[in-house]
Write a protein that binds this ligand. Structure first.
Ligand code: OGA
Ligand code: NM2
Ligand code: ZN
Length: 403
């Protein structure tokens, strides 16, 4: 394979780079800066029947026009020859005279050039994000359409991935809807708080979320080393007063921190802090975890935010000289996320479901007046990104086949 690939690379590079440019142009639209939403993600478009050809990454069809060997000194040696017949196949005659026939498109997708690998990675993982600030108009779709129409479901999941938050309207005002939505994707993520969980002001609350108090901006469940990737919250009953929701784009904030205070960014993305959660719900639990507030991948890109003051442990396992730098760095990040220009505020009404990327967004709620006869009630559920991305890929191929 490697002999073949090294030989194939220069031959395929011309057509592949054209393909990659096209894909990259498509990716660049959800650019890493706040601004107006790309047209395919506006609420108006999501509400209607969006055609998703423009939202997926187009891999144009190419024919193999000509093939030539460049500087393959050792590898060529007359040991292979290429044919590019009109059926868009590439044939290789190997030194032992057996022939391999490849579909040219299949082969191009497996090219080792940087651009081709980037295009393929983007097609599979959709890692390019659209960053936003307080000006965001949250993409909105119809709950029933998402359940019954594959195009609407694909538009929902694409926006969930790119923007990180999608609002669904028109759900029945009764429990069970977040589970139905999870079934549309695959299955939900069970945690110690149950398959789904009821956010209400509860007697002897085992979590600050189950009070009528304010929840400052947080991600859910950093006490789990593998925190849930996606969260659904369905409003069944809203408070008479208070209870508004707030969200910020944690990735966008992290990039602001990286620019404005690189030392704080370095500290938050390298020091591990402790999270803890003890109690009894689905069953009894005593969780401990160690996480960076900002998780990076091998190439230094932000991939997950872990931040929840309610479960950040008072045990801080750091050498003394790192304690104050850590708090200074955390404050720098929190100051950015509390800037009015970064926060989106909305108020959920019965029948609304908010779906969001729990690895990326921080969310909170204002305190509310709790009345026993008008109990505020949200039902929540978690999913993981693997299952969501799996459904997104399936929908993308089936919807694109129908076009
Ligand atoms: C939670 C949460 C939001 C709300 O339960 O973790 O963030 O509006 N709830 O109650
Ligand atoms: N609830 C809402 O990290 C957390 O404790 C998030 C989880 C209780 C399921 C809250
Ligand atoms: Zn929460």
């Amino acid at each position: 394979m490697s002999t073949f690939s090294r030989f194939a690379l220069p031959v395929l590079q011309r057509s592949t780079s054209a393909m990659a440019c096209q894909a990259l142009r498509a990716c660049r639209r959800p650019a890493k800066a706040a601004g107006p939403l790309p047209s395919w993600l506006t609420s108006a478009q999501l509400r209607g029947h969006q055609t998703l050809g423009s939202a997926s990454l187009p891999l144009a069809r190419h024919s193999v026009r000509h093939v030539r060997a460049l500087d393959e000194d050792r590898l060529m040696e007359g040991s292979m020859s290429w044919r590019s017949p009109n059926d868009n196949k590439v044939s290789i005659v190997w030194p032992d005279q057996h022939t391999s026939v490849f579909d040219a498109e299949w082969l191009k997708k497996r090219c080792f050039s940087t651009a081709a690998r980037q295009a393929m990675r983007e097609e599979l993982f959709l890692n390019e994000r659209y960053y936003w600030d307080s000006k965001l108009r949250i993409p909105t779709a119809d709950y029933q359409e998402v359940l019954h129409d594959d195009k609407a479901a694909l538009a929902w999941l694409l926006a969930l991935r790119r923007v990180g938050i999608v609002y669904l309207k028109g759900a029945p005002v009764e429990q069970g809807q977040v589970a139905r939505l999870a079934q549309r994707i695959g299955y939900l993520r069970l945690t110690f708080y149950g398959h789904t969980w009821q956010v209400q002001d509860k007697y002897m609350a085992n979590n600050v979320a189950y009070t009528s108090g304010r929840l400052s901006l947080h991600t859910d469940y950093p006490a789990l080393h593998f925190a849930p990737g996606v969260q659904f919250l369905h409003c069944i009953n809203q408070a008479v007063e208070g209870g508004e929701s707030e969200v910020v784009d944690g990735f966008h904030m992290a990039e602001q921190l990286r620019r404005e205070d690189p030392e704080a960014f370095r500290i938050l993305s390298s020091l591990h802090v402790d999270f803890t959660d003890t109690g009894m719900d689905y069953c009894d639990f005593m969780l401990q975890s160690k996480k960076c507030i900002i998780d990076l991948d091998g190439e230094g890109r932000v991939v997950r935010i872990n931040y929840n003051n309610a479960t950040r442990d008072s045990v801080l396992d750091l050498p003394l000289h790192q304690v104050q730098p850590f708090y200074r760095a955390l404050k720098a990040y929190v100051d950015i996320m509390n800037r009015a220009e970064n926060v989106v505020t909305y108020r959920m009404e019965p029948g609304d479901i908010v779906t969001f990327d729990n690895w990326r967004l921080l969310h909170g709620r204002r305190s509310y007046i709790s009345r026993p006869d008008m109990l505020r009630h949200l039902e929540g559920a978690y999913l993981d990104w693997d299952e969501v991305m799996s459904r997104l890929r399936i929908l993308r191929s089936s919807v694109n086949e129908d076009v």
